[in-house]
Design a protein around this ligand. Structure first.
Ligand SMILES: CC(C)(COP(=O)(O)OP(=O)(O)OC[C@H]1O[C@@H](n2cnc3c(N)ncnc32)[C@H](O)[C@@H]1OP(=O)(O)O)[C@@H](O)C(=O)NCCC(=O)NCCSC(=O)/C=C/c1ccc(O)cc1
Length: 402
């Protein structure tokens, strides 16, 4: 029973949850998933999208789409939307025809189910029952109703009724970074908390026939979901921190709100990716990193190559500009480029794939040999907003702080 104290504040029986945790939060398990139905190789994407949207007569636009696809650094992408479901929803092809309701109907099942696939893998790796999860943070650009996907995912996974749910909507590509940042704060401020982060992104809400404005997004975005279990010490036997989440910041680049964004209309979600996005991110990235890491790393700017890097691969040009601005050695962004190549830009979920790929490479090479001890995680999206996190790979030895 809650008990009011003298100041009117409330003490409840879960006293331990009100205490701070020990040490920084850490990622304890990671899972990812993609729709299995449709995999489109990038070299036939232009032919494919113009055919299925009955746009073959737009020959100049199609040639431009081919040019863009060749520059993306993407080999293939996974999609939920099949040609059969498109045939059943011809309204998806024409932005002028109302289609938001049908898109929401389809997303209502597809988004939480894909999140469930990723979360089941993360929970299995974590090794504890789903009912031990105390908080859920769900991020997606497809949430348009309440109760929402956080509620559905909690039911699908059998989380306890007291799980504290939060849904982040429309953060776009920095949604995964924002969700992890929030999970860090929740885990560190609630003793014993175990936070499930889930990001599930399915392009069906923004799918449309090619027009002058949506070529870039259409050439880049793919479908995927990622899940991470976040917790801080004391760790239970069997819990193994993968990446410690040492410090985190969010920065908005001033006067760039018009450059990158999305807009809901009766015809679905339109996105706008300004041509200046890669340049703006490149120009601002070092200052943002210095703000995030000063005080935690000695003279961080002298040592960008001493870090491992988990960067959201928003587009090939963005990765190239970060390489150039930070003078990174070849291969520093290999995990990001790998994820971009294999899956495209899955918006907020992508950063979780990059973290998973980094830890896979670390494992393959024998714990900690390939990766430096300290690393940087970066995610960007509308705002332009940059989420930065300083990560640390703990030693390979088992951790048991009980
Ligand atoms: C791979 C790209 C697309 C092309 O490579 P390139 O080296 O710049 O190649 P080119 O300079 O030869 O450009 C090819 C063509 O594309 C055109 N183009 C080149 N960027 C553009 C352009 N943003 N516009 C419109 N034409 C262009 C360019 O003008 C050119 O046209 P053309 O001369 O007719 O062949 C490259 O520019 C690139 O990586 N751009 C970054 C893309 C980008 O902003 N990504 C989003 C980052 S933020 C994020 O991840 C998600 C946000 C999000 C938001 C909403 C959501 O719903 C979900 C998510």
């Amino acid at each position: 029973m809650p008990i009011a104290n003298g100041n009117g504040a409330v003490r409840n029986s879960h006293r331990s949850m009100q205490q701070h945790a020990e040490g920084p939060a850490a990622m304890l398990a990671i899972g990812t998933a993609n729709p299995t139905g449709v995999v489109v190789p990038q070299d036939i994407f232009a032919e494919n999208i113009f055919r299925v949207t009955k746009s073959d007569h737009l020959t100049e636009l199609k040639e431009k789409m081919k040019r863009i696809c060749q520059k993306t650094g993407i080999d293939k992408r996974h999609f939920h939307l099949t040609e059969e479901s498109l045939a059943a929803h011809p309204e998806f092809l024409d932005r002028q025809v109302p289609s938001l309701d049908s898109r929401i109907d389809m997303a209502d099942t597809a988004v939480p189910e894909l999140a469930q696939c990723a979360a089941i893998k993360a929970i299995a790796e974590w090794g504890r029952p789903a009912t031990d999860i105390t908080h859920l943070v769900f991020s997606t650009y497809s949430a348009w109703q309440a109760p929402s996907f956080d509620h559905q995912l909690a039911a699908l996974l059998g989380l306890r009724p007291t799980v504290c749910r939060t849904i982040l909507s429309l953060h776009g590509c920095y949604g995964g970074g924002r969700a992890l940042h929030l999970a860090k704060q929740l885990a560190e401020n609630n003793h014993g908390a175990r936070v499930l982060v889930a990001c599930s992104e399915i392009t069906l809400v923004c799918f449309g026939g090619p027009d002058g404005g949506n070529l870039i997004g259409s050439a880049l975005f793919g479908d995927g979901a990622g899940a991470v279990i976040v917790g801080a010490g004391p760790f239970t036997e069997g819990e193994r921190p993968i990446f410690e989440m040492v410090s985190a910041t969010q920065t908005t680049i001033p006067r760039t709100e018009h450059v990158l964004g999305m807009q809901v209309s009766g015809g679905g979600v339109d996105f706008h990716l300004g041509i200046q996005v890669p340049m703006l991110i490149g120009q601002n990235i070092e200052k943002c990193l210095l703000d995030a890491f000063t005080g935690f790393v000695d003279d961080p700017s002298s040592s960008w190559n001493d870090l491992f890097w988990a960067v959201h691969p928003g587009g090939r040009q963005i990765l190239d500009n970060i390489d150039t601005e930070l003078k990174l050695e070849p291969g520093k962004l290999a995990a990001s480029r790998h994820v971009l190549r294999e899956y495209g830009n899955m918006s907020g979920a992508t950063i979780i794939f990059v973290l998973d790929e980094l830890r896979r490479r670390r494992k393959e090479d024998g714990d900690n040999l390939l990766l430096p001890e300290w690393g940087a995680m970066l995610a960007f999206g509308p705002g332009i907003t940059i989420e930065a996190m300083l990560l640390r790979c703990p030693g390979a030895s088992p951790l048991n702080n009980n």
